[in-house]
Design a protein around this ligand. Structure first.
Ligand SMILES: Cc1cc2nc3c(=O)[nH]c(=O)nc-3n(C[C@H](O)[C@H](O)[C@H](O)COP(=O)(O)O)c2cc1C
Length: 202
């Protein structure tokens, strides 16, 4: 075994160890709106469930040299966002939105997504996702040192689900129909491969 003390590592070294180890990671495509009304979209794989009642999800949005990403800034300002599940059909469009566009430009327009109004929040979603979740900010946490923050940790409460008819089966999501895509390290992604069942012991 190789023993590595993360405090001796550069940020990129720790990043590589984490994103190569914690796999596969689900991907949220997150839409937000800026103070100037520009609809922003970006993917995030530091994404997970936090609670089922009330339904809550988390996003960890890294800072670049202490500077907040547009998504984090917009969520903290408007307290609203929409999470879309990335799948085999939308992953290429989603990837386009990860480009570093200035805040004044909409990645949604650049990637040619179709904007769709939300029902409970003022931030719109996009049509090109089989599942979207309208969220309100529940908690936020600035992580890292005060003089050089490392990340914004966001917890959102899901206030509305939208699920495509053909993948909704008696309260469950049809996993094959969804075709979710996950992130590995670097530019690698994975589809859901072989699955198997394991009964929990009583
Ligand atoms: C598949 C994928 C997953 C990503 N996951 C994250 C993540 O979890 N956290 C993060 O800070 N950036 C992540 N990024 C990078 C952001 O999407 C990227 O910095 C984006 O430009 C941020 O947009 P914004 O400034 O409009 O918020 C990811 C990029 C890709 C392509």
């Amino acid at each position: 075994m190789i023993a590595i003390d993360p405090s001796m590592n550069e940020e990129r070294d720790n990043y590589k160890l984490l994103i190569g180890s914690i796999i596969p990671r689900p991907i949220a495509f997150v839409t937000t709106v800026s103070k100037d009304g520009i609809v922003n979209g970006a993917p995030f794989s530091f994404f997970n469930i936090v609670s089922s009642q009330p339904p809550m999800i988390s996003l960890a949005i890294q800072r670049k040299s202490g500077i907040q990403k547009d998504t984090a800034r917009n969520i903290l300002e408007t307290k609203e966002f929409v999470v879309h599940i990335v799948d085999e059909e939308n992953v290429e469009m989603v990837n386009e939105t990860a480009a570093n566009l200035p805040s004044s430009q909409s990645e949604i327009e650049a990637a040619k997504f179709t904007v769709i109004p939300s029902t409970k929040v003022s931030v719109p979603g996009v049509k090109e996702a089989k599942i979207r979740m309208e969220c309100r900010l529940e908690h936020s946490l600035q992580l890292g040192e005060n003089d050089s923050p490392a990340a914004d940790f966001i917890i959102g409460k899901v206030v509305q689900f939208h699920i495509a008819d053909h993948i909704y089966e008696a309260g469950r999501i049809n996993q094959k129909g969804l075709g979710a895509v996950s992130r590995l390290a670097g530019n690698d992604y994975t589809k859901i491969g072989d699955t198997f069942e394991l009964k929990r012991p009583k």
